[in-house]
Design a protein around this ligand. Structure first.
Ligand SMILES: Nc1ncnc2c1ncn2[C@@H]1O[C@H](COP(=O)(O)OP(=O)(O)OP(=O)(O)O)[C@@H](O)[C@H]1O
Ligand SMILES: [Mg+2]
Length: 523
């Protein structure tokens, strides 16, 4: 897996963006009032959670308050918390919280594998912290648009606003995810790597809670900066750590990585949510640090606003990713395909072959790099005997709504049965790479495998979906594959996609029993 932080600095010059910036800005402002931190009523469903849409949530901010988007959540929570302060946090309440949070079924499941029956979180957090976990998990994460991030970084927001927003939003996102981690199937939950991840979440939650009521001063900001830096580092290896837990499960014969298996479906569903939540928290932290502690950020590139490039050039990012993938490919196959890159900008007649848009170059790089590695491997293996291998065609098209990127190879394609599985974590047709000896293959890893983890496509798709995009694969078996990367062309449309913990998500995670077939089978 390539490290997002290790993305080589891209030389990018500021370009004029298409579309009216002031228009986009005012739209962003109006949107901000629609998305305050969204508390969900607790009593309305068995699990104590409900979708905002189901209960017709009330706006809790006035328009005036809403204009300070990054301070908004703080107001919401401050009010709610004042209401709960008079409850004494006695152990009887925390037992109740535990009972509700970690449903009977969840506790029963653990007993099968852990005779003490105690969930990992209950070992890490004290009763008061568990109660706060329950509290924060009832808020829907506040999904931010790229345009909000951009506005905030172009003078519209201060370190004080950002601090207020993050000290509430990070625990909300962590808490929503921690509740889901506790519902994992017992066999996976009991894996040491999984227990470690849960404990890490517990520690990060504890760390961030310190700032709940701290004053909004430079000293607090300094401390906050240290804490979020540690949180970022602590979760760097979550992906390979979880992959390790899943490999163990698979090797023990308890997990079958195919699209039909119910346990696998539940795990894939959960992994998408865990990794998306992680991407989002890392984004919040990286953006805050790049803006307010630039001296600590490893790469602050000219023209960037925090982590965002307001004039991101997808062709330059593609070129960079291609060169790095080709370097790897060359080491393995002694050669690499060439790139044939074309841009079509349908929104600017005077500059039809130049494209730029607001995006996070490191995310885009990740998607390109993974798709290119796959195309190169397929091309080299399919044309093993040939003197020259076919080029990989890349066509980037900008329309008024979308950036559509088509990457076509002639690497022999994927059969339809295999194509069903390519977005499954762990699915790979390569010999599996074993991550061991302390090298977790994560962002701290020094080695980047060309293939073999089965994480390239599903993780890249998450990066695309994070801001409202997607990745699709279409293939002609026996000939080649087209990978499509779709992204939002307008920053006002590019809104974070975040998991919400509620009854529906917990049912999906817990529904692991294979059902009786109600369609005849192919074979
Ligand atoms: N362009 C392609 N042509 C042929 N097969 C492909 C192509 N892209 C993906 N695949 C198939 O999809 C599988 C999954 O791809 P994915 O990138 O997720 O994992 P991987 O390449 O095996 O491992 P890694 O996690 O290291 O990327 C591949 O193993 C391969 O079988
Ligand atoms: Mg791959």
């Amino acid at each position: 897996m390539s490290s997002l932080l290790n993305v080589p600095a891209l030389r990018l010059t500021a370009r004029k963006r298409s579309g009216s910036f002031s228009e986009a800005k005012s739209l962003a402002r109006s949107l901000s009032t629609d998305r305050p931190g969204t508390p969900r009523p607790v009593e309305m469903e068995s699990f104590g959670h409900i979708d905002a849409s189901e209960c017709g949530f009330k706006k809790v901010m006035s328009k005036k308050e809403g204009s300070k988007f990054f301070g908004s959540l703080d107001n919401v929570h401050a009010k709610t918390f004042m209401g709960t302060e008079h409850h004494s946090m006695t152990s009887s309440i925390s037992l109740e919280v535990l009972r509700r949070a970690f449903s009977t079924e969840a506790v029963e499941l653990t007993k099968e594998t852990d005779p003490s029956g105690e969930r990992q979180l209950a070992k890490t957090l004290n009763p008061e912290e568990l109660m706060k976990l329950d509290f924060y998990s009832k808020f829907t994460p506040t999904s931010v648009t790229l345009s909000h991030f951009l506005d905030h970084s172009s003078g519209g927001g201060t370190v004080e606003d950002s601090f207020l927003f993050l000290r509430r939003e990070i625990p909300v996102r962590l808490a929503n995810m921690m509740m889901e981690l506790e519902l994992l199937p017992a066999a996976l939950h009991a894996q040491p790597a999984c227990q470690e991840i849960i404990a890490q979440y517990g520690h990060s939650f504890q760390d961030i809670l310190q700032f709940e009521n701290s004053s909004n001063t430079p000293e607090a900001h300094q401390e906050f900066n240290e804490v979020i830096t540690n949180i970022r580092l602590r979760h760097q290896d979550t992906v390979p750590r979880m992959a390790d837990a899943l490999h163990n499960l698979r090797d023990a014969g308890n997990l079958h990585v195919n699209s039909k298996d119910r346990l696998n479906q539940a795990i894939q569903y959960f992994l998408d949510r865990l990794y998306m939540s992680r991407i989002s928290v890392q984004m919040l932290i990286a953006h805050h640090k790049a803006l307010f502690c630039p001296e600590e950020s490893r790469k602050v590139t000219d023209g960037f606003r925090g982590t965002i490039d307001p004039a991101c050039d997808p062709a330059a990012v593609a070129q960079e990713a291609f060169e790095n993938a080709a370097f790897l490919c060359d080491q393995i196959y002694m050669d690499a395909p060439k790139i044939n890159l074309k841009c079509t900008n349908l929104t600017d007649k005077s500059n039809p072959d130049k494209i730029d848009f607001v995006y996070i170059p490191s995310h885009l790089y990740h998607m390109f790099f993974e798709v290119f590695k796959n195309s190169m491997r397929a091309t080299m293996e399919f044309h093993e005997e040939a003197d020259t291998v076919p080029e990989i065609d890349v066509h980037i098209v900008k329309s008024s709504h979308d950036i559509s990127i088509k990457i076509s190879d002639q690497g022999g394609g994927i059969s339809r049965t295999v194509a069903e599985n390519v977005f499954l974590y762990l699915y790979t047709s390569a010999t599996r790479v074993k991550l061991s000896g302390g090298d977790m293959g994560g962002t701290t890893s020094t080695s980047t495998p060309m293939h073999g983890l089965g994480y390239g496509l599903p993780l890249s798709r998450l990066y695309a979906r994070y801001f409202g995009g997607d990745i699709k694969i279409a293939s002609c078996d026996g000939y080649g594959t087209d990978a499509y990367i779709y992204l939002k062309a307008l920053e006002t449309d590019a809104r974070e996609t975040l998991p919400i913990f509620n009854a529906s998500s917990s049912n999906k995670i817990r529904d692991t029993k294979n059902q009786v077939e109600d369609w005849t089978k192919d074979e």
